[in-house]
Design a binder for this molecule. Structure first.
Ligand code: CMP
Length: 144
């Protein structure tokens, strides 16, 4: 089934110059970019995005980090993209992430794990609506 998922290259990924490399992995896998922007995340957006972690001890640090410098936010589309993008990203803790996954290849620690990807179709729908307006999502077909 053709689906959409949300990914965000976090401040550490952008600062380390990995944005292009990461987007390229998804493009080469055959996923289509339907939304893309560089944004300075507000505290309000960060708190909504990470609402499920509100009670965790690392919540404050998480919000501080994601709002600290620009993030590359994207929506990608393709068959099974929610699960496949998660597999390409790898486990939350880079120490457990296999080589060949984005976190396994580039991640340093659990709080600096390069990229976020929606964990389910329901999360994808919620996160896409939170980060993008409908006008920012483009429906387009390859013609070459
Ligand atoms: P992400 O996929 O963006 O979703 C929640 C984030 O919380 C996760 O990636 C990690 O960056 C962060 N996180 C999860 N567990 C911890 C932890 N124990 N300490 C610090 N950050 C964490």
């Amino acid at each position: 089934k053709v689906e959409r998922t949300f990914i965000a290259i976090k401040p550490d990924g952008v600062q380390r110059g990995l944005s292009g490399e990461i987007l390229q992995r998804f493009e080469r896998r055959g996923f289509k970019l339907v939304g893309l922007k560089l944004i300075k995340v507000s505290e309000e957006l960060a708190e909504k995005h990470y609402a499920e972690h509100r009670e965790r001890p690392f919540f404050k640090g998480l919000v501080e980090f994601i709002t600290s410098s620009p993030v590359v936010a994207a929506v990608i589309e393709g068959k099974g993209v929610v699960a496949t993008a998660r597999a390409m990203i790898g486990p939350t803790n880079p120490l457990n992430a296999p080589l060949g996954t984005i976190r396994g290849d580039y991640g340093i620690d659990i709080g600096r794990n390069i990229i976020h990807g929606s964990d389910s179709p329901e999360s994808a729908e919620r996160e896409i609506a939170l980060w993008f307006t409908p006008e920012e999502l483009l429906d387009w077909q390859a013609t070459i």
